[in-house]
Write a protein that binds this ligand. Sequence first.
Ligand code: COI
Length: 356
Amino acid sequence: MQEIKLELTKHPKAKPQDETKLGFGSIFTDHMFVMNYDKGQGWHDPRIVPYGDIPLSPAAMCFHYGQAVFEGMKAYRTQDDRILLFRPEKNMARLNASNDRLCIPPVDEAFAVQAVEKLVSVEKDWIPHIDGASLYIRPFIIAVDPHLGVHPGHHFLFMILCCPVGAYYPEGLNPVRIYVEDQYVRAVRGGMGNTKAAGNYAASLKAQDEAEKQNYTQVLWLDGVERKYIEEVGTMNVFFVLDDEVVTPALQGSILPGITRMSAIELLQSWGMKVSERPISIQEIADASESGRLKEAFGTGTAAVISPIGELKWEDRRMCIHDGKIGPISQKLYDTLTGIQWGKLPDPMGWTVEVK
Ligand code: COI
């Protein structure tokens, strides 16, 4: 493995005073990881350097054609002051799946996990201490060739940033209100919807903006062909509890294969619950709401964790779910998942990795 050079800042910033007010994604730590790729040389020069702006040509390809992918992961501080990561190898496997789809050269996954561990260890004093707050980790790769021809880049930057964060939604664990989007679409099979391509999120902004104007937290996307089948919510995968069956859209090529989604399915199955990954039409959910079969709905994501959904608005219908309150399955999943992530519960699946 390559050696990661370390250059520490001479000007450390003050850490946030009030960890209850961290919000999400606007405070950055003192250092960042950087590594270059040049065709013929491969990935080289891994380093941890002071956090700061980077020089880029205005012609850099990432600006023009969106050859950019990212990941989202977290580091958690336990009560006995250990630092845990959650399934980091899955993030790096997914990073390479995104790389493959966007013609970005693969990274060495084990090395990338090591880079995260080293950066987190350098930034360990930035990891929040209070319940529900953590260090969000943002690995990303951009094409930096100064070139306007449309073809895969030959030069890339792989970087990792860290942010101390609280809950992604201001609602916290209170159920969010979700707008079912039937005009814009996010992705189609064969596109990039199953990757963490930056462009997927650009495609989501218009609908998100319109939903927010109507006081909804996020949108629920329908499939891009028939606008009939449920795909995912803005920054999370989605689950519904229909009587005693938990259902979630199958990964059929346009949905993000969430690591929290996978973990939620594995937890539910380990509790003996019936979980189905299958096509779910919005009509089926509306009918289940009408007949009383729709017991709970929730989203899953690294940033969103387990986020209960209290209301779905589809066309002129408003579906109120579990009286707008968190349901028992969402609560149990939240407690178990965060219990494992923060080291408060045993980790029988071996999902956490301690950072030394
Ligand atoms: C994550 O949950 O890590 C995500 O990538 C969502 C992000 C776009 C806020």
